[in-house]
Design a protein. Sequence first.
Length: 86
Amino acid sequence: MPDMSASASMAMTHLVTLAKEIDEDKVTPGVLGFIVFAVMAVAVWGLMKSMSRHMGRVDFKEAPDPAGTSGRDTAETGTPGRTSQA
């Protein structure tokens, strides 16, 4: 059986020379980075479309205020609500 350490060290020397040939100023994410980004973009698009469809089905009717106020903050009652700025 041949010595595996010799072939492993030979493979490492080839990998090291390949690593030295890469220009450190021009490193890019490559094809894998593009694929991951594209999958994430399609997933976000699908989620937004689904959310839009679900929000369109919501039938929200606000119940009338039992106190009869219009929702503005009045000094007499002290109820929280919208404040008008003069």
